[in-house]
Structure formats: C-alpha cells, structure tokens
Design a protein around this ligand. Structure first.
Ligand code: GDP
Length: 296
C-alpha cells in the first residue's frame, strides 16, 4: 500500500517523541527535521515540505504544547491537522450541471490510467443512480476505443463511438446530443493522452473544452510518478484549466508524494483516489482518512 515507508518513519519519529515526556524546543526541531527528511524521501515537493514544516514548528514550539502533560501527543495532533490541511481539508464532491447532461472531461497522459478511471467513475456514478454515457474521443492510440468499450461493458455503461476518422471535438459533441435524446444525464468524455505533454495534445484538449464546456475537467495522474505527477498537474492546469485531480495507482508501492503536494501546488482538489486495477477500485478522496492512513 502507498505510504508504507512514510508511515513507518512517522511512527518511529512519534514513538521517540512520546517516550520523552516533556519536550524542549530542540526536541521538536529535531523531530521536525526527521519529518522533513521522511517527506522528501516520499517525493513530496521541496517547497511544499518547507512550508509544511515551518507551519508545524510555529505551532509546536508554543507554550501550550511545551507545557502540556503530553507534548508528544500534541505535536502528533498538529502534524495530523497540517497533513489534512495540505491535502485540502475537506473532501470535494463532483459538481452537477443544472442542465443535463453533466459533462466531465477526462484528461491525462497515456498510461496514467485515464481509460480505466473513466470506466470506474462511470460505474460509481451509475451506482449512485446516474445514467452515464462514455464518449470515446481518443482516436490516436490504437485500441483505445475498443478498450473503452470493454471496460464500459464491464461496468454496464454504454459507450458512444464514431471510430477514429472524426475529430475528437465532433465525437464529443455528437455524444452529448445522443445523451440528450436517450435521457442519459452524464457524459464522460475520454480524451487522447500522449506519452509526454505536447502542444498538439494541449491544443486539441483546449478545442474540445471550449466547444463542449464541461462541468468539470478531471485530470488523471499516476501517483507512482511522484513529483512528475505534480508537474503534469501544474502544466495541465496552466494550459487548459482543471477542476479536480484523480490519483491512480495509490495501491502500489508509491511513495505518496503526489497525494501530499498536488493540492498545494495547483490549488485544485484531489477528488478521487484509485487503488487497484479492478473497476470498483475507486474511492472519494478524503484528506482526513488519507492523513490517518499516513500517520498509521
Ligand atoms: P490510459 O493510457 O491513461 O488510458 O491508461 P489505462 O487506463 O490503459 O491504464 C494503464 C494501466 O494502469 C493499466 O494496466 C491499468 O490496469 C493500470 N491502472 C489504472 N489505474 C490503476 C490503479 O489505480 N491501480 C493499479 N494498480 N493499476 C491501475
């Protein structure tokens, strides 16, 4: 599971703090140094770590903590609160358009898990009583359309395709029209990813976004890629504007850094976490739960 190593380190650091009983400023400083190293090793963005540690130090060396009967516990509580803050405080739900269908546009680099996540999201929305339609707009990757059809079928959600000879923007628009006539109230648009960010991809995504005006642009990023995932998020956010992030592969031995820095860097919420290859392996991202997972 993600965060295992970070979690182990935190537990050691805090066990030592708790053992000490009374703490002085130096104890807190030393512990924070260790927390800082653990976060950097987990591939959390350097600037984010720095700010995080400073915030904790400021609170932890205060009178209230130093004079409390269990200062170690107090410091841990502060770390927990700051971790939650770092990841966005509260969960952020998907918003729904007042005029159906609600359109969600999925974007991301190839291999991030976009197609799988599109189906996971559709399955989840269906379970919540929505009637989704998937739009196959990745016309470049061989077999992308077929893959979407396969996973769509697995979650029992129809897939709209027009093959690979039409422009993605036209496929998306036709899918929205089809949804309107069939009473489907959600359209999830699967767009093309590339191996790396390039101008052509961005131009196409901008064109699709401008034409279909999605309720939300959701960026799928691979948590295993650590700070790269955060850079990708920053880039997509600057170029096309995103409304939320979906982190995939949090089940792997990812060091978890992206979960801890993507929000702080982009100021966009992480909305879902994907935790496996099965199409049910998706959950709403709860900063609080993630923090307790990390603190163990
Ligand atoms: P796309 O190129 O972005 O559309 O990526 P795909 O949806 O084809 O996914 C790429 C690979 O990542 C596939 O083998 C998926 O099964 C796998 N994958 C996607 N999400 C997860 C996840 O949350 N956990 C794990 N372990 N694998 C995932």
């Amino acid at each position: 599971m993600a965060f295992e190593s970070l979690s182990d380190k935190f537990q050691n650091i805090f066990a030592n703090l708790k053992k000490k009983g009374k703490l002085n400023e130096q104890d807190v400083k030393l512990a924070m140094r260790e927390v800082k190293l653990a976060l950097l090793e987990a591939d959390v963005n350097f600037k984010v770590v720095k700010r995080f540690i400073n915030d904790i130090k400021e609170r932890a060396v205060g009178q209230e903590v130093m004079e409390s009967l269990t200062p170690g516990q107090h410091v841990i509580k502060i770390v927990n609160e700051e971790l939650i803050k770092l990841m966005g405080e509260e969960k952020v739900d998907l918003t729904t358009s007042s005029e159906p269908p609600t359109i969600y546009m999925m974007v991301g680099l190839q291999g991030a898990g976009k197609t799988t996540t599109t189906a996971k999201l559709a399955g989840m929305l269906k379970k919540n009583g929505k009637k989704p339609l998937l739009a196959a707009c990745d016309i470049y990757r061989p077999a992308a359309i077929k893959q979407l059809q396969v996973v769509g079928e697995q979650v029992g959600v129809p897939v709209f395709t027009m093959g690979d000879k039409n422009k993605p923007v036209n496929i998306a628009k036709a899918a929205i029209e089809a949804a309107k006539s069939n009473g489907q109230n959600v359209v999830i648009v699967d767009t093309a990813g590339r191996l790396h960010i390039d101008q052509d991809m961005m131009d196409e995504l901008i064109e699709v976004k401008e034409e279909i005006r999605p309720q939300e642009v959701l960026l799928v990023v691979d948590a295993m890629t650590g700070q790269d995932a955060v850079n990708v998020a920053e880039n997509f956010n600057e170029k096309i504007g995103i409304d939320g992030v979906i982190l995939t592969k949090l089940d792997g031995d990812t060091r978890g850094g992206s979960a801890l820095s993507v929000r702080a860097v982009t100021d966009k919420p992480i909305k879902f976490a994907c935790i496996g290859e099965k199409l049910t392996d998706i959950e709403v991202f709860h900063p609080e739960r993630m923090a307790s997972r990390i603190l163990g």
